[in-house]
Design a protein around this ligand. Structure first.
Ligand code: HEM
Length: 558
């Protein structure tokens, strides 16, 4: 009798309910096993472990349509209506995948925060300084754009062009974007000089990327399992990860401390526009004043922070964060680290793949150059008077060059720096939630709460009805499409995500990418060195990178 009951329970729980009753049963499966409780996620976990998440999810969408079930509790969507519009514009909460790997200093930051309120309270503090109008008219950005181009970046490219030397442009791009990002955050005197200091740059990039192979553990292995192993004395991470985290933590904290010191020494009044620690100052003063009114405003404590990818110096053994000035300072550090990482890596990648596509398409390079010569003044380098300051055209005029814009959009479409899934969870709604384009056979209703649901730029950017011939690099698609089609393309363009959690740094990224591309391609051509693009294909990950980690090119004068 007991055996019969057990068999009936197992049969119902593992077969009858998931395959015949569950509201998820109609959703097409990426693999036959996915409805089975507990084991249904093994297939996609294995794919992720093998770094194949983006590819297999894309294949599943091609085969089954815009809504696909990836695991017993997981769905992937690949459409606008009933897809990214409902989930991301609808403000569905982030999955705990984010705090598992993106908190720093033992405390949450804006990116890793899950809750609506704490997130919105922090985002409001920074929204203004990352707005397009602020960035375009900021004397700080203007001063630093001049200095970074004139003193560091253009002399480096000129030296490469003169010597004919081959160079890894991916490393150089990362250097420039890190210098640009940290100059905005901390002020140029308190920021990095990766462009000129190859030793620190190489050390940072090595340590930063050395942790990547272990990201699967912190992001996908359930916290209870990790904790269980830890209690048994099994460490899932090699010792060098902790060492790398400590170095990165100290290194980024030193810039925060320098910015703090600068502010204290001037008591808030800056003498040199470029030295103003704009983001640091805005966030620190904003958060402290918010906390004076409400000591827990913007604060989120998460139970599953571990020692993997997170920097955990500030983490107490009980994970109990006390809302005091020390915690507030750690949160400022946490956001600053997140922004410098998010800011340099993504923009650096975009630049690398832009160089790559331009090198492969000299005719696009020439057309881009022709557009850039219409700027007034042109960004001519080297200048006839080396001591004169670099006279840059207005940010607005660079921004409004149509072919430059189209080329960058096409790069971000075909080579999205964050191609991977952005997981959210289905909310609790009476009658369940719906996914899939309404009025089509792909519309599924009555879906329960707490399902992990994601979209990916990787698949959205390859929908052939929206982006015909999706694998080809074609900037003209952004210029020659009908108004209606352009609206569709913009809806599906997801390099920066969408909704309330959309990238806060997108205007900064576009501005710096446009500036650097304008400065370089007005004066130089790029060509791939012999074998320089071996391994350029993108790693299958949340944030991608070239498999080889580099792109070797030759720069030539025009
Ligand atoms: C080409 C460059 C960039 C790309 C492609 C990019 C892409 C993205 C994407 C796709 C998201 C949403 C991620 C998700 O929800 O999983 C995001 C969020 C974010 N990005 Fe960027 N990003 C870029 C540059 C920057 C820069 C320069 C910063 C510097 C401030 C930045 C800071 C952030 C932050 C803080 C968030 C979280 C926003 C929130 O939760 O409200 N990003 N970015």
């Amino acid at each position: 009798m007991f055996a019969l009951l057990i068999t009936a329970y197992i049969g119902y729980h593992f077969l009858i309910y998931p395959f015949l009753i569950s509201p998820l049963r109609h959703v097409p499966r990426a693999h036959w096993s996915v409805p089975v409780p507990y084991v249904g996620s093994c297939w996609i976990l294995y794919q992720r472990y093998q770094s194949r998440n983006n590819a297999v999810t894309h294949e599943a969408h091609l085969k089954h349509g815009p809504i696909v079930r990836l695991g017993d509790n997981e769905i992937s969507v690949n459409c606008y209506e009933g897809g990214i519009k409902s989930i991301y514009a609808g403000g569905w909460l982030k999955h705990e995948w984010y705090p598992r790997q993106f908190a720093n200093f033992g405390v949450m930051n804006m990116f890793s925060t899950v809750g609506h309120n704490p997130h919105a309270q922090k985002k409001r503090i920074m929204a203004n300084i990352y707005s397009k109008s602020f960035l375009q008219s900021s004397p700080q950005v203007q001063a630093n754009s001049q200095r970074l181009l004139k003193d560091r970046f253009l002399p480096l490219i000129e030296a490469l062009a003169n010597s004919g030397e081959e160079a890894d442009i991916h490393e150089i791009n990362n250097a420039f974007t890190m210098d640009f990002m940290t100059a905005y955050q901390f002020g140029i005197s308190q920021s990095t000089n990766f462009t000129q200091n190859a030793e620190v740059r190489k050390k940072y990039l090595h340590l930063y990327h050395s942790r990547r192979d272990w990201q699967f553990i912190s992001s996908e292995i359930p916290p209870f399992f990790r904790k269980m192993l830890q209690r048994l004395g099994v460490s899932l991470y090699p010792a060098f990860i902790h060492k790398a985290n400590e170095w990165l933590e100290d290194w980024s904290k030193s810039m925060c401390d320098a910015a703090d010191q600068y502010l204290r020494s001037l008591e808030g009044s800056s003498t040199n526009a470029g030295d103003e620690p704009l983001v640091f100052k805005q966030f620190k003063t904003g958060l402290l004043s918010l906390r004076q009114k409400d000591p827990t405003a913007g604060l989120e404590v998460h139970p599953h922070l571990d020692e993997g990818m997170n920097f955990t110096r500030g983490l107490t053994s009980s994970n109990k964060i006390i809302p005091d000035e020390h915690t507030t300072l750690l949160e400022v550090y946490s956001d600053m680290v997140d922004q410098l990482a998010a800011g340099h890596e993504t923009s650096g990648l975009a630049l690398t793949y832009l160089y790559y596509e331009l090198a492969k398409h000299p005719e696009i390079q020439d057309r881009l150059h022709a557009g850039l010569t219409s700027l007034s003044p042109q960004i001519t380098w080297p200048p006839s008077d080396a001591s004169a300051s670099l006279n840059l055209p207005s940010t607005k005029s660079i921004d409004s060059l149509p072919y430059l814009h189209a080329t960058i959009m096409e790069t971000l479409r075909l080579h999205a720096p964050i191609p991977g899934m952005q997981p959210r969870i289905t909310p609790s709604t009476p009658g369940g939630v719906s996914l899939g384009p309404p009025g089509t056979k792909h519309h599924y209703t009555g879906l329960p709460a707490n399902i992990r649901v994601s979209a990916m730029a990787y698949t959205l950017h390859k929908i052939p009805e929206v982006f015909p011939d999706p694998e080809s690099f074609n900037p003209d698609r952004w210029l020659n499409s009908s108004e209606e089609h352009l609206t569709e393309m913009n809806r599906h363009f997801w390099a920066f995500g969408s909704g309330g959690r959309m990238c806060i740094g997108r205007h900064l990224a576009m501005q710096e990418i446009k500036l650097i591309v304008a400065a370089v391609f007005t004066n130089y051509r790029v060509e791939i060195a012999e074998g320089g693009d071996v391994g350029i294909e993108e790693v299958d990950a949340y944030t991608t990178r070239p498999r080889s980690g580099k792109l070797v090119v030759r720069m030539m004068r025009r």
